[in-house]
Design a binder for this molecule. Structure first.
Ligand code: GRF
Length: 198
């Protein structure tokens, strides 16, 4: 069985969409894959309860307990490695990872970013898209490399920016697409890797 480990920091709505897609689309039967664990750097992350309610292991590695990024990433990797993951999924995981962590999971570490990369890496993407006068915005699923919000693009979805949009209304429109795109991109990755192994 291919284990997927999802890292979150907050509400975990993308994680929830992935968990639901894995159940609905029978990833275990189709790809021999399962969501093995959801790990958060914050104990109060709302997504942890949902993961538990689906029978998924959860763990918290509080970044505040560690003096350096390297020490936190070491501790995080120890938990993640306990599941021998085929894929590590960043879903609203709000920590910058060290090159050591990224290198350890090279080729099996993916992220979702709420902009049409390479436009608007970093934070406040929706406000920045509105201020730039963009007519479209969107979301990108990409492989994680050491450069923040870069790395090979796996999938994108586009939404319009409407004249009255605020960062909040645009974020809502983009998030609805995130919930469709991320599970689809992961299923695509699982399908590709299953056929390579045949
Ligand atoms: C999403 O917009 C994601 O693209 C960004 O952070 C947000 C997380 O939302 N990286 P959630 O925790 O999945 O609800």
């Amino acid at each position: 069985m291919k284990n997927i480990v999802i890292l979150i920091s907050g509400g975990g709505s993308n994680m929830a969409a992935i968990v639901r897609a894995a159940e609905r689309d029978r990833w275990a039967d189709r790809f021999g894959a399962r969501i093995a664990a959801v790990v958060s750097n914050k104990a109060e992350a709302g997504g942890l309860a949902l993961a538990k309610s689906h029978g998924i292991d959860t763990a918290v590695v509080p970044h505040k307990d560690f003096a350096t990024r390297e020490a936190f990433d070491e501790a995080l990797a120890k938990v993640v490695d306990g599941y021998s993951p085929a894929l590590v999924v960043l879903a609203g995981f709000m920590r910058i990872l060290t090159p050591g962590f990224v290198g350890r999971y090279a080729g099996r570490l993916v992220n979702i970013h709420p902009s049409l990369l390479p436009a608007f890496p970093g934070l406040n993407t929706h406000q920045r898209a509105i201020e730039a006068g963009c007519k479209v915005a969107g979301v990108t699923v990409h492989q994680v490399t050491t450069e923040l919000d870069h790395g090979p693009i796996l999938a994108q979805a586009v939404v319009p920016v409407l004249p009255d949009d605020t960062a909040a209304t645009l974020a809502g429109r983009v998030l609805a697409q995130e919930h469709l795109l991320y599970p689809r991109a992961i299923a695509g990755w699982l399908s590709d890797t299953s056929s390579h192994n045949r």
